[in-house]
Structure formats: C-alpha cells, structure tokens
Design a binder for this molecule. Structure first.
Ligand code: TNX
Length: 534
C-alpha cells in the first residue's frame, strides 16, 4: 500500500514538474515533449543566417540581458551549443517549428514573423526565476496562429500614456504573439497626435484644466493642468519599435463624435461655431464635427494625410461610434446637406460622412475601419467593422461580406471589472472575468462557414476613463490579455480552461519576473486590492 502511495506521489510530482517547465501561453497547436533538456549559457551562440531575422535576435538578446543578465553572440554559420533561427518559406501562414534537444535549439519560421513567434515560445520555456540555470525542456512544437488579427487597443485620449509605457504595452503585445496595436489617439478630453498643419490640436486640444471622475480617488481632479501628446518624431520611433516586433499600429482618429478636443482647438469645425471648452468629465458630448461644412472635410483630409504619412498600416480607424445627432438636427448647413444629397435623416448623414472619408482613405490605398455604428444608415462599401456592442454588428457585417474584428464589450473590454465587488466601478460596467474572456469564441455561431471567413480576429481594449496610470492599466490587462491571446492564437479544440489555469500559475510568476502589475484573483480567489497609484 505504501509503495503504491509512493508511486502515485511520484507520478503527481512528475506531472507537476512537466506542467511547470512547459507552460506556454498561448497554447501551441502541436507539442510533443521529449527526453532531456538544453542548457543555455553565455557560451551558447545565436545563429541567424538571414539578416532579416536580426530583429528577432535583438529582441531575444534584450530579453535575456534584462531578465537573466546574459547576451548571446550572434553568428551566421551553424555550430554546436547554439540556437538557430531560420526562415523557410513553407508551412502555415506565420507558423513555425520549434525543436529543442540537449545539443541545441532550432526555430524555423514559415515567415520572418513566424520565426519571431518561435522565439517567443523559446522565451516561454525559460525559467521564471532569474537565478535558475536556463534549462529548456526538449520538445517539438508545430504552431501557427488561428486568426490573422490579434489586437489590443490602448486609449490615450482620456489619460495620456508616455512613450515609455506605450513601448512597454507593445512589448506585452509581442510577448503574447499578438500582432496589432490599435492606438486610440483622439477623444473628447484629449488630442494626442501632433499635426503640423494644425498646431492648436496639441497646443489646445491636448490639455485640460481638471479631471472630474466622480467617485474615483486616483484622479488628477482639481485645478491641475493635465495633458500631453506625441510628437511626430515620437510616433515614428514607436512605429519602428512596433515594426521590429511584427506589430502593425492602427491609428484611430475619432469622427464625427468624440471630437471635442478638435472643436476646442478649431471651433469653426462645429455646427455652432463654439466657443468650446476642453472637457473635464466623461460624458457623451453633443458637439461633433459639422457634417454640412466643407471645411470639416478639408480639415479631416489634411489630418489624415499626416496620419497616413506616419503610419504605414493598411488600416486606418476613423471611430464612427456614439454620435449624438442633436446638433445636426438644428444646424442649417447639415440640414442643407441632407436635402442636397437626398438623405433621409441624420443617420444617413452620418453614413454620408463616413462614406466620404472612406473614399478618401481608399484613394490613398488604405482600408478604413470603424466601430459598428458605421452600419447605421448604410455601410461604407469597403469598410472593416469592429463589433463592440455585442456580436450583432459583426454578424451583420460578415453576412454582408465585410471583414470584421470582434471585440464585444462583454468579453473584450478590459476596463470592466474582473472580479466581484471591485471598487470604483461604474454600475454599467459588466463583470468580465479572465475565465469569461477565455471562454469567448470569436466566430459567432450564427455565421455560416462561408460568412465566418470574414472574421479576421479579435481585440482586447483598455479604455482609460477610469484607468489613470500605467500600474492600473497593467492590473486591468493581466491576466485577461493572456486569456485573449490564447483565444486568438490557439486552435479551438486545443483550448481548455483547466489546463489554461494550470499554465497561468507559471504565467503569474512570469508577470513577477517582468515586474508587471496584475490581478491576482484569477482563477478563483477573491483577495487582492486594486492598486490606485503608480
Ligand atoms: C464605449 S467602444 C466607447 C468608448 C468608451 C468605452 C468604455 C466605443 C466605440 N466607444 O469611448 O471608452 O465604451 O467602456
């Protein structure tokens, strides 16, 4: 009996060790564990035959340097005791093969991005303690992403986030094998991107005198002059930084609503002509761009010219959400536009607005993305739809043969609370636990096989009305972003919540290694307090 118990104990211990040393998030498509392990030391060399994979080598070396204090010598020719990273144009899109043996490691990407993802897998096989020997289990992995679009949004309009934090955010995206950073650059309370032709957008629109977010105590409430913006130089630097990590940045310039910061800077762009104050509260503002005024379109086109020169992204996001129609109803110019263009009402006027902007964006060879409100009053012909008010917008758009990105608030809004009884949460925000994020399926069951091909992927969103500093942003991101990364990367039949929770135990330690903040409540406990200050 005793021997039997010992046997069981040994078996459980082995399981725990295996579970501990192989704990990859997102879960690879195929993984086979083999005997033994490779020990990475400062004498290990990094073999990079193709110059284009140097970005991957640089990322790996900076990770090793930062967390383990070593950097590997990069060579072109293969040798013993080495990690070889190769790109061979074969296999699934952006996939890779990873093979580790006691003698060395070989990563073969189907694309350079694939090689980069293989390197991220290597990072996930490293120990989570700085001082441990760098033992990497012998495994063979064949892996490729399920969805082409795996995104994260950061709202810098409500609160400004430094260049340094934006880069950190991009690193988190890369560490999760995600590939799009949706940068929400303008909103009512802040315009954050320098536009040379319109300097007041950042002289005026990037600053406010107060931030009043009622019950929350981690605010800049008071008479503090609050704000900030990114210079075009900052933006070029960040775009390059993302590009080095195979991440595309999608800039979002909000229109026709969420635009009070632009109106405060250039009042002639609003229906009433102003004057407009920079907002200090989080409400839906009635003042929006005047849709009857030609100057509005001239302004937006000029702004978009500078935006498109800075961002090589094939996609440009124009917002399009939550536009109150009050001003348009009483504006003579907007009413004249409705009449002259034979539009039925203000909803069709919004559609006219968006279609006109889409034409401009398309004429520059780019594709427009909008929130699902752009379906109202008639969808622009080539638009990509981001479905946020549930899944219905995404379903309708996919059925109409439009590409969609799923980001329904119930699963993908990481500004919503992630545990019961969280403090400082407005009551309209629904509980969005990491479990529920993990259980989210981006292809709605209503879609036919044919229509489901239009689902490009999904996105998590950090809206920042109530997230005023990096520590809190990280807390709201983790572990939900880790859960979402697996939803978007791993094959559907490889997703398993219990297994994920086991792997999360290691991921929490990895967060500790990174020095990031996170919500410790996952999976089940209810302890841990919300950080309120950085
Ligand atoms: C809705 S999502 C918004 C954002 C807010 C968010 C808060 C969308 C298109 N509009 O402006 O920040 O809810 O959860």
């Amino acid at each position: 009996m005793r021997a039997f118990i010992n046997l069981i104990f040994c078996f459980l211990l082995t399981c725990a060790v295996v579970a501990q040393d192989i704990s990859i998030i997102p879960q690879p498509a195929h993984l086979v564990k083999k005997e033994g392990s490779f020990v990475l030391t400062k004498n290990t060399s990094l073999i990079i035959p193709d110059e284009a994979d140097m970005k991957t080598a640089v990322f790996l070396n900076s990770y090793l340097k930062r967390f383990y204090g070593i950097a590997l010598t990069v060579k072109k020719q293969a040798g013993k005791n080495s990690i070889q990273i190769n790109t061979k144009r074969s296999g699934e899109a952006n996939g890779y093969t990873f093979e580790s043996n006691p003698d060395g490691i070989s990563i073969t990407g189907a694309t350079h991005a694939g090689s980069f993802y293989g390197m991220q897998t290597l990072i996930q096989l490293l120990p989570v303690q700085r001082s441990s020997p760098l033992k990497i289990s012998s495994v063979r992995i064949e892996d490729a992403p399920r969805f082409a679009y795996r995104g994260m949004l950061l709202d810098v309009g409500r609160y400004f986030y430094s260049v340094e934090f934006v880069k950190k955010y991009i690193d988190f995206i890369a560490l999760h094998k995600m590939n799009y950073f949706h940068w929400h650059l303008t909103d009512d309370p802040g315009w954050r991107i320098e536009i040379k032709k319109y300097p007041d957008l950042t002289n005026v629109g990037a600053w406010r005198n107060k931030t009043n977010i009622f019950q929350f105590n981690d605010t800049t409430a008071g008479d503090e002059h609050y704000g900030g913006y990114y210079t075009q130089e900052d933006i070029r630097d960040i775009v390059q930084y993302a590009n080095d990590r195979y991440i595309t940045i999608i800039p979002e310039i909000e229109m026709p609503a969420h635009s009070l910061s632009a109106l405060a800077s250039y009042p002639e762009l609003g229906c009433t002509g102003g004057p407009y104050e920079m907002p200090e509260k989080w409400t839906s503002y009635l003042d929006v761009f005047c849709a009857g005024n030609e100057k509005t379109f001239e302004f937006i086109e000029n702004v978009l010219d500078e935006v498109m020169a800075l961002f090589p992204s094939p996609y440009i996001h124009i917002g399009g959400d939550e536009c109150p129609k009050d001003r348009w109803k009483t504006c003579p110019k907007c009413q004249a536009r409705i009449k002259n263009e034979n539009l039925k009402d203000e909803h069709e006027l919004q559609s006219y607005f968006i279609k006109r902007i889409e034409k401009y964006i398309n004429s520059k060879g780019r594709t427009m993305i909008g929130w699902d409100e752009i379906l109202e009053g008639g969808l622009a012909p080539n638009a990509v739809v981001m479905s946020w008010r549930g899944e219905s917008g995404g379903i309708a758009a996919a059925q109409a043969k439009h590409t969609v990105i799923m980001t329904p608030s119930r699963y993908c809004y990481f500004d919503y609370p992630q545990k019961e009884n969280a403090e400082n949460v407005p009551d309209w925000m629904k509980l969005t636990t990491a479990d529920s994020v993990y259980m989210y399926e981006p292809v709605p069951k209503e879609l036919s096989k044919e229509a489901s091909r239009y689902v490009l992927g999904g996105q998590g969103n950090i809206w920042t009305e109530f997230i005023s500093n990096p520590a809190r942003a990280e807390y709201m991101m983790f572990p939900r972003m880790s859960a979402l990364s697996e939803v978007l990367w791993s094959p559907k039949d490889k997703r398993n919540i219990h297994d994920f929770k086991t792997r999360m135990m290691m991921q929490f330690k990895r967060y500790d290694l990174w020095g990031t903040n996170y919500c410790k409540t996952f999976p089940d406990s209810t302890s841990s307090a919300m950080p309120t200050k950085n």
